[in-house]
Design a binder for this molecule. Structure first.
Ligand SMILES: Cc1cc2nc3c(=O)[nH]c(=O)nc-3n(C[C@H](O)[C@H](O)[C@H](O)COP(=O)(O)OP(=O)(O)OC[C@H]3O[C@@H](n4cnc5c(N)ncnc54)[C@H](O)[C@@H]3O)c2cc1C
Length: 486
């Protein structure tokens, strides 16, 4: 029967995709329902992209355990999926004496969690590791790293797809009925799906999915983190990540400086509860705050280095009056057999995602047999990587074979027409402007698409027959040239 699955996953963020890719190893029929027109359109594309070491979480908690495991698993996963990853290390910096005690406690906590190589260092060593860094003492954690969060999420989905997982994009779950053998799931478009096991990985909307099954004990409070992106001109000035010592009562880890794997620096995130789970505004007051706090950590940054802002929303389980953190919910509900429920997967959910996938796989194994496929493809095929990063001879060779490699479409990021075409013809069949951007890096440079976006629109029109009403940014109702623009 069409639309009948062994397992349906709601949500194609990094958590849902890590789970679907892990389950694609087994002889199981797996589907993913995602309300947007592409994967990674929620929190998974709107974060710091830091592979945390595991110092920040209380020993014995799920977050501590999954963080350290996820950090270890990520290396092999990124190798197989051809995702950029760098273990740069991190300085958590004391600005005044009271912070030093906090750092000593973090070090002890990290060691209990099994984080290797932690060291308290003085100003001389701090300057050796990161010249110009402010502060009086620091905790150095060498296993902290950076990855491309949306690159990882897309790669997981591509690999899951090539191992047989079906992605239903633009499919918002609006109703769930418990049946004798599993679940019937309805979407906004009127489609109906049957499944034996249902996995809730809906991030900011995971509480809404719970309510569809009558579970009212969970609530998500979106907490916004805004960022500033700095020009690639500064690439290389930051050799480690620089975080402030955490302060009591904060909802996040404090405003920090983070390299991206593509050579930008991020300042952020702020932390402010908001009323709506799609309120991704960037605000003047926070931009000023980011500038001030970023410059306290690295005084050489100037305003002309800011190229744009963005924000992400933490799916917090703690309301504004409580703040702080609450443990991840990852449960195999015995009262609703077949329902695996993930709620409140805030930071470090990106780092934890491969470990969460293993935990959920074991839960699935309590309901369905886990028989491995004979031909699981662990390595992602058909992704050539970035043309710009190749040696000159290889570039010349590719241009000779395919003239589309010889035409630069995005000047800032040096993205070729071939890479745009590959992004348009991706394995998931997504053709939104955001999908092209996240897959190719076009529109991500200093001009933010001012030069290349009209050319990409033209390619879609000429080579793919797009009409004005066909263009979307990322969701079914995000029209670019006609109708309602979201
Ligand atoms: C500001 C900020 C900074 C962070 N920094 C880091 C960091 O540096 N390192 C780290 O490890 N973690 C970090 N995190 C945490 C990390 O980003 C998240 O834990 C992770 O992305 C959560 O992934 P997810 O798949 O659960 O959620 P999401 O990415 O939000 O995915 C959920 C998906 O479900 C879909 N969905 C929702 N409702 C429905 C429905 N009804 N039907 C169908 N689909 C639906 C959504 O469209 C979405 O695509 C940060 C988070 C924030 C906000």
């Amino acid at each position: 029967m069409a639309n009948a699955y062994d397992i349906l996953i709601i949500g194609a963020g990094v958590v849902g995709n890590a789970i679907s890719r892990e389950l694609s190893r087994y002889r199981l029929n797996v589907g993913v329902l995602e309300k947007e027109l592409d994967v990674s359109m929620g929190t998974s594309s709107r974060n710091s992209g830091v592979l945390h070491s595991g110092i920040h979480y209380k020993p014995g908690t799920l977050r501590a355990k999954l963080n350290v495991q996820g950090n270890e698993l990520m290396k092999g996963l990124c190798r197989d999926l051809k995702v950029k990853i760098e273990y740069l290390g991190k300085l958590t910096v004391a600005q005044d004496p009271v912070d030093i005690e906090t750092l000593e406690a973090l070090k002890a906590q990290g060691e209990t969690n099994g984080v290797p190589g932690l060291e308290m260092i003085d100003v001389a060593k701090m300057q050796q590791i990161q010249p110009g860094v402010g502060g009086i003492r620091a905790l150095h954690s060498p296993t902290t790293g950076i990855i491309c969060p949306y690159g990882l999420t897309i790669a997981l989905a591509d690999n899951a797809r090539e191992n047989g997982v079906n992605f239903h994009l633009g499919s918002e779950v609006t109703g769930i009925l418990k049946t004798e053998n599993g679940f019937q799931v309805k979407t906004a478009g009127g489609d109906s799906f049957e499944t034996k096991v249902l996995i809730n990985a809906a991030g900011l909307y995971s509480d809404a999915i719970c309510r569809m099954l009558g579970l009212t004990e969970y609530a998500i409070y979106p907490c916004r983190g805004e960022y500033l992106i700095l020009d690639k001109r500064l690439n290389g000035i930051l050799s480690v990540l620089v975080y402030p010592a955490p302060r009591k009562g904060g909802a996040g880890l404090g405003i920090h400086l983070t390299n991206t794997v593509d050579g930008n620096i991020l300042i952020g995130p702020s932390n402010e509860y908001v009323d709506y789970a799609d309120d991704y505004a960037c605000t003047a007051d926070i931009i000023d705050q980011l500038k001030k706090e970023g410059q306290a950590l690295l005084p050489t940054i100037s305003t002309s280095d800011f190229i744009r802002g963005f924000s992400g929303l933490r799916p917090k389980q703690t309301p504004p009056e409580v703040k702080g953190f609450k443990e991840f919910v990852i449960e195999n509900r015995k009262d609703i057999p077949g329902f695996i429920n993930l709620v409140g997967i805030e930071s470090p959910g990106l780092t934890c995602s491969p470990a969460i996938a293993l935990m959920v796989r074991d839960m699935v194994g309590e309901t369905l047999p886990l028989a491995e496929k004979a031909h699981f493809m662990a390595e992602r095929s058909g992704f050539p990587g970035s043309f710009h990063d190749l040696p000159e001879e290889e570039k010349a060779d590719l241009v000779a074979r395919d003239p589309d490699y010889g035409e630069i479409v995005c000047r800032c990021e040096q993205i070729t027409k071939r890479e745009i075409l590959d992004a348009i013809e991706n394995p998931l069949g997504n053709r939104t402007l955001a999908g092209i951007k996240y897959r190719s890096r076009a529109m991500m440079g200093r001009c933010q698409g001012g030069f290349c976006m009209p050319r990409i629109v033209q390619i879609l029109e000429k080579d793919f027959g797009y009409r004005p009403e066909d263009y979307r940014l990322y969701s079914p109702d995000s029209y670019l040239f006609t109708g309602h623009v979201r």
